[in-house]
Every structure is written in structure tokens, then in C-alpha cells.
Design a protein around this ligand. Structure first.
Ligand code: GRF
Length: 205
């Protein structure tokens, strides 16, 4: 791991998780730097946030490549050009190939307490199921959908009047704090992944 750790963030939308990381990285004591932000689509707020922070951006749109494999390789090359220690997928709405994941240690945030409610609709599915507590999970991306080894989790209470939007907003506030805390500790202390067990610090890389 470099010091400060080099982070590439992948986004598809609003990029509030990205913003939280950019803000944290402004403090040299945090130990990490966002060296680039990539997206799978043009014109999203996440890219504008990177621009405003003076961080280089790139876009790789699936439609611009002849196959999903070519897109994946192109994305990996664009990411690789910035020599990241860590890739953070923060609201990036594409699955990454095993080749990509073999090349880069990649973390993702999910707005539910894994292994509950994987997929695109974590807050909605939690609400429909009637759980009283849900939350957010930071995990090491593997070949499945929100199935990878868990790095950190934070609980969020479901309240009586919640709808999907209000619940997701409260989850996102907790999710951002969790992400900033975990990425900073990983940057400063390293991370080791053995099977499903993730440890920050120790003899980590
Ligand atoms: C987050 O809740 C993330 O977990 C989910 O999409 C949301 C992205 O939010 N996959 P933002 O783009 O970081 O604001």
C-alpha cells in the first residue's frame, strides 16, 4: 500500500459516498488520496464532484465496446493507469469481471445488512419485509451480487413512517460514515482477507 493510499472510485450517479471520501482525503492525516474517478455513463453528478475537487475522471460506457468482456478490459486498463492500491465501487451499477477483481482489491457499499436483501433494491426489500433494523455493508467484491467478505457494517433503524426514499437517505448517511472510517483505517493499517474473514491492520497488505 502506498502512503497515502491511492484510491480509484467508480460511480454511476449522485456520488455522495465519493464526496465523503473526497472530503476525508483533504486531511493529510487520513492517509488516502482519490487519484481518479471512473463512471459507466457521462454527465453524472459523481463526475462533476470529482471535477470540482480537481481529480481526474474517465468514462467507460458498455455501449462503446463490442462486448461486455472488451468493456471490462478497457475499464480495468483505465483504472490500472492510476495504479490504485484500492478500488471503491460507490454506487457503481455494473458487475465487475473476475479478471478485474483479480487485478484490483475492490470494495463496494450496499444499503442493507448483508447477507440480507442483496441486489438493486436493498432499502425497498427491507421495508417490504418489515424488518425493524437494516443498515449498510462494506464488502470485498467477489463474483456474486453483494456476497463478498464483509469489511464493515452499520445498523440503521426502520421507523414507522419510513418510505423507501426516507429509509435510503438515513442508510446513506450511516453508509458514508462507515465507508470513510473503514477506508481510512485500511489506508493507514492495511487489510487482509482470508476466506470470508477480513481484518484491518496486523500483517495486512
Ligand atoms: C448507495 O446507497 C449505495 O450503497 C448504492 O447506491 C447508493 C449510491 O449513492 N449502491 P451515491 O451515488 O454515493 O450518492
Amino acid at each position: 500500500m502506498n502512503s497515502p493510499a491511492r484510491i480509484v472510485v467508480l460511480v454511476s450517479g449522485a456520488g455522495t459516498n465519493l464526496q465523503a471520501l473526497l472530503d476525508a482525503c483533504a486531511d493529510p492525516a487520513y492517509g488516502a488520496r482519490v487519484v481518479a474517478v471512473g463512471a459507466d455513463r457521462d454527465g453524472v453528478e459523481g463526475l462533476a464532484r470529482a471535477d470540482r475537487a480537481g481529480v481526474p475522471t474517465f468514462v467507460a460506457r458498455v455501449a462503446d465496446y463490442t462486448s461486455r468482456e472488451h468493456w471490462d478490459r478497457a475499464l480495468a486498463d483505465k483504472v490500472g493507469a492510476f495504479e490504485p492500491d484500492l478500488v471503491v465501487s460507490a454506487g457503481f451499477m455494473k458487475l465487475l469481471s473476475q479478471d478485474f477483481l483479480d487485478r484490483f482489491l475492490t470494495l463496494n457499499t450496499h444499503p442493507a445488512l448483508c447477507p440480507a436483501f442483496p441486489g438493486m433494491h436493498g432499502p425497498r426489500d427491507a421495508l417490504e419485509h418489515g424488518v425493524k433494523v437494516t443498515g449498510a455493508t462494506l464488502f470485498v467484491v467477489d463474483a456474486g451480487v453483494d456476497t463478498g467478505p464483509i469489511v464493515a457494517q452499520v445498523p440503521v433503524e426502520v421507523v414507522e413512517d419510513d418510505d423507501v426514499a426516507s429509509l435510503h437517505e438515513r442508510i446513506k448517511a450511516a453508509e458514508r460514515a462507515m465507508l470513510v472510517d473503514a477506508v481510512g483505517r485500511i489506508a493507514r493499517e492495511g487489510i487482509s482477507v482470508e476466506g470470508r474473514r477480513v481484518r484491518i491492520g496486523g500483517d495486512a497488505r
